[in-house]
Design a protein around this ligand. Structure first.
Ligand code: DQA
Length: 150
């Protein structure tokens, strides 16, 4: 769909607000949704914001983005560090992709330093909490209009 940006959130992100607030902050997933709606609207885009704890569902949504989105933002949660299936789906997705993490994964446990999905992303934003989602929308909007301009 023209001007649709999919924002896909992975496991445990439904618990934002109460989940380890010292790491992830106190904003809820709904707060992040509202931030994305606002920023996308400002830039002439519409956001389709989703969350799932199931890897297969996230893969299906990435496949849907191949035809129905003009850009994709992914916070894959812990699947970031494990999911070749998500990487393969993202590699098959022709639209620009931005990987987002609320926390700075590079200052945390070593197993979080490795992302399987970064390889498919145009860029990665981490460590800025909810603001990262807005920055990702700005980056995507710029990439999409560059691509349109040829
Ligand atoms: C996260 C970082 C991941 O390591 C973790 O498993 C998450 C959230 C983040 O947004 O900081 O669930 O993606």
């Amino acid at each position: 769909m023209a001007n649709a940006i999919f924002v896909l959130n992975g496991p445990n992100l439904n618990l934002l607000g109460t989940r380890e607030p010292e790491v992830y902050g106190t904003e809820t997933l709904e707060d992040l949704h509202a931030r994305c709606d606002r920023k996308a609207h400002e830039l002439g885009f519409v956001v389709d914001f989703r969350q799932s704890n199931a890897e297969g569902e996230l893969v299906n949504w990435i496949q849907e983005a191949r035809t129905d989105a003009s850009g994709l933002i992914v916070n894959a949660g812990a699947f970031t560090h494990t999911s070749i299936a998500m990487l393969d789906a993202l590699l098959a997705c022709p639209v620009p992709i931005v990987e987002v993490h609320l926390s700075n994964i590079f200052t945390r446990e070593p197993f979080r330093h490795r992302s399987y999905i970064s390889q498919a992303a145009k860029g990665v934003i981490c460590g800025f909490g909810g603001l990262g989602y807005e920055l990702a929308i700005e980056a995507l909007a710029a990439a999409i209009s560059r691509a349109k301009a040829g």
